[in-house]
Each structure stands twice: as C-alpha cells, then as structure tokens.
Design a protein around this ligand. Structure first.
Ligand code: HEC
Length: 166
C-alpha cells in the first residue's frame, strides 16, 4: 500500500512537471517531446504468462494444494481478461481473441474452478485436460497451431513449494 502510494505520488509529480513544461512555448516553435507511450505487452508475452500459470496450476492440483490451484486459475482468468482488453483482435487472425476466449475458455476454466472447489483430484485432471485442449483449439483457430501446449512433463519452478505447508 505504501509502495503504491509512493508510486502514485511519483506519477503525480511527473504529470505536474509535464504540465509545467508544456505551458511554456518554445521560441522558434520547436516541437515538444512526444509523450511517453504506455507499455502494452504483446499477445505473445501475455501468452507466456498464461503458459506459466498453466504449469503451476497443474503442479498445484497434483499436490492437492487447492488454495494455490484456486489462485492460479484466478490468475489465468485475469490473464484472459487482459488479453481481451489489450488484444481484442490479433494481426490477421481469422478468429478474434475477444470472440474466441468467451466461447472457448470460459467454460473449461469454470470446470477447473468447480473441481478445485470440490477438492476433487480426478475431476481436476479431466478439467485440466479439457482446458489444455481449449488452449490448442484456439491456437488452431488463430493459425498458431504450431504452439501446442500439453500437461507439463516436469516442474521448471524449483524455488516454489507446491505442497501444502504443514
Ligand atoms: C484467443 C485464442 C487463444 C487462447 C484461448 C489461448 N491462446 Fe495461446 N496463443 C494465441 C495466439 C494468437 C498466440 C500467438 C501470439 C503471437 O502473435 O505471438 C498464442 C501463443 C501462445 C504461446 C507461445 C508464446 C511464446 O511467445 O512462446 C503459448 C505458450 C501459449 N499461447 C499458451 C497458451 C495456453 C497455456 C493457453 C490456455 C491456458 C492459451 N495459450 C490459450 C491464442 C490463444
């Protein structure tokens, strides 16, 4: 919270500074510096985060760490919200992410969430596989079929504990 406040203060200062500079017109009509562009992560970047959460979700489920699994499935949902927001359409993809995501991933995500809520390890595995299939269906629909995801074969996050803390 304090960190966020400090950041807000910094942003406020920057706005005041930019406003002050903007008010002074340059003699000779020199163009003012262009405003900094807001950083928008590319779809590939956002997908790489989805890939990470997809991995962590699997290992959380395998460890019956339902709290962590619930967190990861929420993060996946938020990631898809960001994708719809920042990349409603994508290059000349025949299918727009803003249409494909509600149609293809909302239900599989809800099924994973339901299995987690029931702490049902078997239902989790089938819901997870269905979610993975929906990732690949969308890759096919958007002409990125060569990006094929699957159940992770090993855990690339040795510095995170997936087992429930005792
Ligand atoms: C809107 C349909 C859609 C859905 C749903 C979707 N993807 Fe993607 N994904 C794409 C597109 C399009 C790209 C290529 C983006 C680009 O231009 O770099 C991509 C790229 C990727 C990449 C490659 C990233 C890289 O740069 O190496 C991975 C990994 C990936 N997706 C994982 C997933 C996972 C995991 C899921 C499901 C949890 C998922 N995707 C769901 C459309 C989708």
């Amino acid at each position: 919270m304090r960190h966020a406040e400090r950041r807000m203060f910094g942003v406020g200062l920057a706005i005041v500074f930019v406003a002050a500079c903007g008010g002074r017109s340059q003699p000779g009509g020199a163009a003012s510096a262009p405003a900094a562009e807001a950083f928008v992560p590319g779809l590939g970047e956002l997908m790489s985060l989805q890939q990470m959460r997809h991995v962590k979700l699997w290992f959380a489920g395998q460890a019956s760490n339902w709290q962590l699994a619930d967190y990861e499935v929420d993060e996946l949902g938020e990631g898809f919200d960001d994708i719809v927001k920042f990349h409603p359409t994508h290059k000349d993809s025949p299918v727009a992410p803003r249409d494909a995501i509600p149609r293809m991933v909302t239900q599989p995500l809800a099924d994973v969430r339901a299995a987690i809520a029931r702490k049902d390890a078997q239902a989790f595995v089938s819901a997870y596989d269905a979610l993975t299939a929906s990732c690949n269906n969308c890759h096919q629909a958007t002409n990125f079929a060569f990006n094929r995801v699957q159940r992770p074969e090993s855990n690339p996050y040795p510095n995170q504990a997936f087992a429930v803390a005792r």
